[in-house]
Design a protein around this ligand. Structure first.
Ligand code: FAD
Length: 397
């Protein structure tokens, strides 16, 4: 559905949030330019899950067939105890999500999901004007002299004027700084190791074969740390995310390379299945310091608005950061797509009104999971596990 008078939007940042926004705006007939600082567009080598809320947004952009080509479907979500792997919680995902939420719960390689969005943005046969993407375009300044025509200025001095600028430039958003927003980024004290373990190594070892016999999304709970894993690319890789207390070096550098040995040593005394799995991580293990924001009212300044991690960076303890960015994208496009240029400010205010409260709730719930997942063994942990065990997950196991 095109708006009656097409106008121009510049999206700063070509991550999952920025590209979903660009595509959604394109679907509404708007002319979109993406400015990305990296020389090449891409994503880190890691997995990502889209719960039904995000799957629904992507399917609404006509991507179902493309998603089906790259997704892996987990049958259930399983919660295990650190000492012995005992299952304390089981929730059916597969068909149940489609039945109850009318959208699937799927896993992907991040690079595949990102490529799918980029291709759809560039597709000459898609609806509306194709999205123009400029790489090696780091935004360093904004010229707000004309209040209805903000200009993003890139490092090389190029000026990109537009009717609207969307800052989708991630957790350390420059656009956010340029809006004069206070620095509210908080350090969680934790870091996430990420690794992709080749599926053939997992399948070949009887100690890890169980991981390919039934595709599940698994979370192990232990004192002050947790471990998440699931298969992607139809079993080509096991994606592992291991959240543990952060080292000083990782905190200082934000991201550092790590090894399989670091991963194994981060889980001393855990059930034997954990080191059997983690010791197979061969390369590309990376440690990321985890930063987040609290609910934050600063999403908007005139015709410049924020989206995704730039405004609601959250801990990945509900796997909802990118999914919330995708919800932002859908609502932003709905609002901007319904107005002419004179209605832009109102449309952006409605976007923030519709999104900020919900994203804030997800930020809070993700932070609460830091405590919930990491309880030391004792009465609170037993109460948690009992509650999870009694939850009727309706699995078909
Ligand atoms: P980003 O992905 O950070 O993209 C920002 C882009 O802007 C980048 O390409 C960057 O290069 C570019 N950029 C930055 N500054 C500038 C500038 N000045 N000029 C131009 N370009 C710029 N979410 C989920 O929904 N599901 C999951 O399963 C999930 N798992 C996660 C696991 C871990 C361990 C972590 C850490 C996060 C996880 N998340 C998950 C969260 C998710 O990764 C993020 O919320 C999401 O990637 C944010 O997308 P974004 O587009 O807002 O920002």
């Amino acid at each position: 559905m095109a708006s009656s008078q097409s106008f121009e939007v510049t999206v700063v940042g070509g991550g999952l949030g920025g590209l979903t926004a660009a595509l959604a705006l394109r679907h509404r007939g708007l002319r979109v330019t993406v400015l990305e600082q990296a020389a090449e567009l891409g994503e880190v080598g890691a997995g990502i899950q889209t719960a039904p809320n995000a799957s629904r947004v992507l399917m609404g952009l006509g991507l179902r067939r493309q998603m089906e080509a790259i997704r892996t479907e987990p049958l259930d979500q399983v919660r295990r105890r650190w000492t012995d792997g005992r299952i304390v919680g089981l929730t059916s995902l597969g068909q149940r999500c489609k039945d109850e939420f009318n959208a699937p719960y799927w896993h992907y390689h991040r690079a595949d999901l990102h490529r799918m969005l980029l291709d759809a943005c560039a597709d000459p046969a898609g609806p509306g004007p194709a999205v123009v993407v400029h790489t090696s375009s780091k935004v360093v300044e904004m010229d707000r002299t004309d209040p209805v025509r903000p200009v993003a200025v890139t490092e090389d001095g190029r000026r990109h004027g537009a009717d609207v600028i969307i800052g989708a430039d991630g957790v350390r958003s420059r656009v956010r700084d340029l809006m004069g927003a206070p620095d509210t980024l908080l350090f969680s004290g934790e870091m996430a190791y990420r690794a992709l373990i080749p599926g053939d190594l997992i399948a070949a070892d009887p100690a890890t074969r169980w991981l390919v016999d039934r595709y599940q999304s698994t979370i192990w709970y232990g004192p002050d740390r947790h471990l998440v894993h699931y298969m992607i690319r139809g079993g080509d890789y096991l994606n592992v995310v291991a959240c543990v207390p952060c080292t000083d070096a990782v905190r200082e550098n934000w991201t550092l390379p790590a090894t399989a040995q670091d991963l194994v040593e981060a889980f001393p005394g855990w059930d034997d299945r954990v080191p059997a799995m983690l010791s197979k991580a061969k390369e590309d293990v990376l440690a990321f310091a985890l930063y987040y924001r609290r609910r934050d009212p600063v999403w908007l300044d005139g015709r410049v608005a924020l989206l995704g991690d730039a405004c609601h960076a959250m801990l990945p303890y509900q796997a909802q950061g990118a999914s919330q960015a995708m919800e932002d994208a859908a609502v932003l496009a709905e609002e901007l797509g319904a107005v002419t240029a004179s209605g832009i400010e109102g449309a952006l205010r409605r976007y923030v009104d519709r999104r900020a409260k919900h994203a804030g709730m997800v930020q809070d719930a993700s932070l609460a999971n830091k405590t919930f997942y990491h309880l030391a063994d004792g009465p609170e942990q037993r109460a948690r596990d009992e509650k999870l065990t009694n939850f009727d997950g309706e699995s078909d196991v």
